[in-house]
Design a protein around this ligand. Structure first.
Ligand code: IPM
Ligand code: MN
Length: 365
């Protein structure tokens, strides 16, 4: 029976709605297994910009540093803060957390539930057997490279972003992928654009070198455009995909549709810091703030709930408890309940709070 401290950063858009349901589920896990989750709420994104002048304050960063894990909702997507001329972007909160907490490994598992094979826009027979994990590099590449700016020249404006990777950065993420593949089907697909980019050529060379330390795991290389195609053509051919930051961002939105909806996909962002309970990490749904449906009780809370399950597994070593949440989600879906994004004729459509309640109750039984 443990005592765990969690920084809860619900953020913008649908973030607060889905996090509320994840917290409800966590509370029932606490009751059932006798754990105490100490939740410390803090602001990020637009609320933090308005109240504290920054997308994430120093005090909130310190709170995160003291916690065993972070449960994160979403930031951004608010028109007032978007667009080419906005000075403070809510997304900065995420970038600061990722970079300063050195959360370089972003794990995005995609394992469509059997009962949802028909919910996807892809044919069920193509989805059969799909169970893949994308390991996205999260603290390098175009997201952080300098210079990154719009600047004036004598010929007019120009803009630059910088794609830079050190061998060390590539090595540690590729190792993470190989380690994870060992606990799965022992296949790593390294995704790059080595026919064009120098960073990709170093990436490929490094992946080949690391592979020698893992003779029990097979390694294939795939160009990112081919990978995008193969994810739709034969998703079951993948086990672990490892790739750089921007490719990983794009491919995981694509891959999320294999699971029926982005509203189903959780993620874990991990570094190397160990707490008393396990690996420190940040857990968030991949769907983002979805401002078009915010505040309407329409969002699918499952991605946030499954992110809480990943937190139990990776940061607290509570494997059985994590499994209990995952089973509860499956039971509720199999019983025929669907969130709005998963609408299916003949099934019962339920809203955010109702879906959260059903899953939380499936845990107490
Ligand atoms: C994600 C998101 C973020 C990213 C946005 C909100 C900056 O799309 O986590 O995938 O691009 O990393
Ligand atoms: Mn994204």
């Amino acid at each position: 029976m443990g005592n765990y401290s969690i920084a809860v950063l619900a953020g913008d858009g649908i973030g607060p709605e889905v996090i509320e349901q994840a917290v409800r589920v966590l509370q029932n896990i606490g009751k059932r297994y006798g754990h105490t989750f100490n939740l410390q709420y803090a602001m990020v994104g637009v609320a933090a910009i308005e109240a504290e002048g920054n997308a994430i304050s120093d005090a909130t960063m310190q709170l995160c540093q003291r916690s065993d894990a972070i449960l994160f909702g979403a930031v951004g997507g608010i028109p007032r803060f978007e667009g080419p001329n906005s000075k403070i972007q809510p997304e900065r909160a995420l970038f600061r957390l990722r970079k300063e907490l050195a959360l370089y490994a972003n794990l995005r598992p995609i394992h469509p539930l059997k009962a949802l094979l028909n919910a996807s826009t892809i044919k069920p027979e193509a989805l059969q057997g799909t169970d893949l994990l994308v390991v996205r590099e999260l603290t390098g590449g175009l997201y952080f490279g300098k210079p990154s700016e719009i600047r004036e020249t004598s010929q007019g404006l120009e803009a630059v972003d910088t794609l830079l990777y050190s061998e060390k950065e590539i090595e540690r993420i590729v190792r993470t992928a190989f380690e994870l593949a060992r606990g799965r089907r022992k296949k790593v697909t390294s995704v790059d654009k080595a026919n064009v980019l120098s960073t990709s050529r170093l990436w490929r060379r490094t992946a080949d070198r690391i592979a020698q330390d893992y003779p029990d795991v097979s390694l294939e290389h795939l160009l990112v455009d081919t990978c995008a195609m193969q994810l739709i053509r034969q998703p079951s051919s993948f086990d672990v995909i490892v790739t750089e930051n921007m490719f990983g961002d794009i491919l995981t939105d694509e891959a999320s549709m294999l699971a029926g909806s982005m509203g189903m996909l959780p993620s874990a962002s991990l570094g190397t810091r160990e707490t008393a309970h396990g690996l420190f990490g940040l857990y968030e749904p991949i769907h983002g703030s979805a401002p078009d449906i915010a505040g309407q009780n329409k969002a699918n809370p499952i991605a946030a709930i499954l992110s809480a399950a990943m937190m139990l597994r990776h940061s607290f070593n509570l494997k059985q408890e994590a499994q209990t949440i995952e089973t509860a989600v499956e039971m509720v879906i199999e019983a025929g309940y669907r969130s709005v994004d998963l609408y299916e004729p003949g099934k019962e459509t339920v809203h955010t709070k109702e879906m959260g309640r059903l899953i939380a109750e499936a845990i107490t039984v």
